[in-house]
Design a protein around this ligand. Sequence first.
Ligand code: ASP
Length: 309
Amino acid sequence: MKRFALAVHGGAGPDSNHIKENMDGYKQGLEDALNAGYAILEKGGSAVDAVEAAVNSMENNPLFNAGRGGALNEKAESQMCASIADGKRHKFGAVAIVKNVKNPVSLAKAVMEKTGHIYLGGPGALSFAQEIKAPLEPDAYFITEHQYESYAEAHEKKSKNPQQAAKEQVESRMHGTVGAVALDSHGNLAAATSTGGTEHEKEGRIGDSSMVGVGTYANNDTCAISTTGDGEYAIKHTAAFHISAIMEYKGLSLPDAIQFFMDEKFKGEKGDIGLIAIDRHGQVSFRFKADRMHRGCRTSAGEMMVEIY
Ligand code: ASP
């Protein structure tokens, strides 16, 4: 059987006491996500199904900023974004600002498979979820104590000094976001990303995670990528497609294309960025400019690793 491999991330960004106190839980969560995706690849399943399963596992885990446990917006609501990319068929699916959908990445996959569209947002995305009977949950399911406390703290800061709070928010927002990239045994690449967005973000804000070519991209000829960090910076530099295009147009390897992107495009930027990527040979790359990026990989060659710093 040909080499297959999977990598996941659980977000890049500032460090926190919450992360330090829950280190074992985060590592276990990354491992569970790797195992969920790997189980599919091992049976000869597709990279698309594997990245969906890995991301679902982290969406269901309240420690990660996606699905249950996602960051809350300025109105203390959970507004979620997700996307998925199929490198073989060059097909994509994305959803933005969805509420009450248990697994936004699966909704993004359904958009890709069933609608003839690529991107659904807001109430229309929710209607589509109802139409296909995607699992829904009440608001309370998504809101964890930790996220509510973070929201309340940010809210208080903003009420006292809005300008300072806005500045701090751009420079050191708490992030999470989850993502996965995979190469299956048929040689196909896929990527997926899902997020609760950034802490206390504006109602209606859409970050990089649901944007095809920014937060998520896959092309069998180059690589599959999922990004995390300050979404506005990834959007500004069209991160995921950019790296794939550098490989395609300049003939660089994946690690060299990432290096080129970071040196030539991202250099000097204040924001955090993190990414996981895999090429068509199953070589995994991790890169982050942040205090930490929760990450891990598992390959058919027996490699398995999970790291945070
Ligand atoms: N990139 C996400 C966003 O900007 C946040 C994150 O990765 O933590 O919405």
